[in-house]
Design a protein around this ligand. Structure first.
Ligand SMILES: Nc1ncnc2c1ncn2[C@@H]1O[C@H](COP(=O)(O)OP(=O)(O)OP(=O)(O)O)[C@@H](O)[C@H]1O
Ligand SMILES: [Mg+2]
Length: 340
């Protein structure tokens, strides 16, 4: 089995961060878009995918009409279409995507074992038909085939979101310091992104003046080109590339979870590490970011409100298939200094 798609330790225990983790180690990634209109199946599907190393869910769509746009917007290797409860209707949509995007491997997941449905899926160009309950070894073999088939063996950096469990606990200090330290210790290419769209202070902490911001990246519904991203970043003296929060409050209103994940996915394809300050709310947007994170850092202060919020956030993260079963989460009270 290749490097991507390898199954994680089944007990789900998060490995600890070691020095060796900080060496530049870009993961070969399989980026997955999920189509699933059945909320009750979402945690199972997510949890199954999250047991594989190097598999990243970059988008989840529950409306067939939104699927073509998601496929255009998010660079991905695999589209998994949950066909139930209406396999014949969704097969047509999946087939259209498979025809339009021959490089995208489309997998179907269904309860159905009807030979006609499976044959129709194959004729429409779908690569795999996975019957429920999904057998992890079958899924692993399917992912492995995707990885072997890829000619670019594109890699992806690692995403470390830093979340505060209350206001003023030091999330921005930790995010900016972490980015600067990572650049220094690893020698890799590092970006820090301000996801506090309204009151973010990453640019202030690093004393850089952005011309463009995350709002400019989020204006385009299509996949982002490397040159566009590079123009949007400001280089800090430490070598860290900074993507700032929007300049105006009103621009923040237009940034959706999909925009944010699209921008982060693009940044991950160009950097060894991406650190985010935020997400600042524990909402659907945050969930989308935490879903693609490698290690989420949760900052708390030893004060009752902060500890209580931390417990709730950790509890939310530990439900099977929910936000960050794929991520390593740790509550930290690090002693950090403002970056030079
Ligand atoms: N480990 C620390 N020890 C002491 N003071 C700290 C520490 N980390 C940050 N601070 C100070 O606490 C204040 C708030 O820090 P920071 O802005 O990083 O927090 P935040 O969680 O990002 O806040 P906000 O909720 O406003 O975004 C700053 O004055 C900062 O210098
Ligand atoms: Mg902050």
């Amino acid at each position: 089995m290749g490097r991507a798609g390898r199954r994680r330790d089944p007990d789900g225990a998060p490995p600890s961060l070691k020095d060796s983790d900080l060496a530049v180690r870009r993961m070969p990634a399989i980026r997955v878009i999920i189509f699933n209109a059945d909320e009750s199946f979402a945690p199972t599907l997510r949890a199954t995918l999250q047991t594989f190393d190097g598999v990243k869910i970059v988008a989840e769509v529950d409306e067939p009409t939104l699927l073509p746009q998601a496929v255009r917007q998010f660079p991905a290797d695999v589209l998994i279409v949950h066909l139930d409860p209406n396999p014949s209707a969704l097969l047509a949509t999946a087939g259209e995507v498979a025809t339009k995007h021959p490089d995208l491997c489309v997998f179907a997941v269904s309860d159905s074992t009807d030979g006609q449905v499976i044959l129709a899926a194959m004729r429409l160009g779908l690569k795999e038909f996975l019957t429920k309950p999904i057998d992890p070894t079958v899924m692993a073999a399917a992912m492995e085939k995707v990885f072997e088939k890829r000619t670019d063996h594109a890699t992806t950096g690692r995403l470390f979101p830093v979340l505060g469990s209350a206001g003023g606990v030091g999330a921005t200090s930790l995010a900016t310091n972490l980015a600067v330290e990572l650049a220094s210790v690893s020698g890799g290419k590092v970006a820090v992104v301000d996801l506090d769209y309204r009151f973010g202070q990453v640019a202030t902490f690093l004393d850089v003046e952005p011309v463009y911001t995350i709002a400019d990246l989020c204006e385009s519904p299509e996949q982002l080109e490397a040159q566009v991203i590079e123009r949007t970043l400001v280089r800090h003296a430490s070598g860290v590339f900074v993507l700032s929060r929007p300049i105006h409050f009103t621009q923040a209103d237009n940034i959706t979870a999909a925009h944010c994940v699209g921008a982060l996915t693009a940044l991950l394809s160009m950097h060894d590490y991406v650190v985010t300050d935020g997400p600042t709310r524990f909402d659907m947007g945050a969930k989308a970011v935490l879903d693609i994170a490698d290690c989420s850092l949760l900052v708390m202060q030893l004060l009752v409100p902060s500890v209580r919020s931390t417990l709730r956030m950790v509890e939310a993260c530990s439900r099977p298939g929910s936000i960050s079963t794929a991520s390593r989460s740790c509550a930290t009270g690090l002693d950090v200094n403002p970056p030079a």
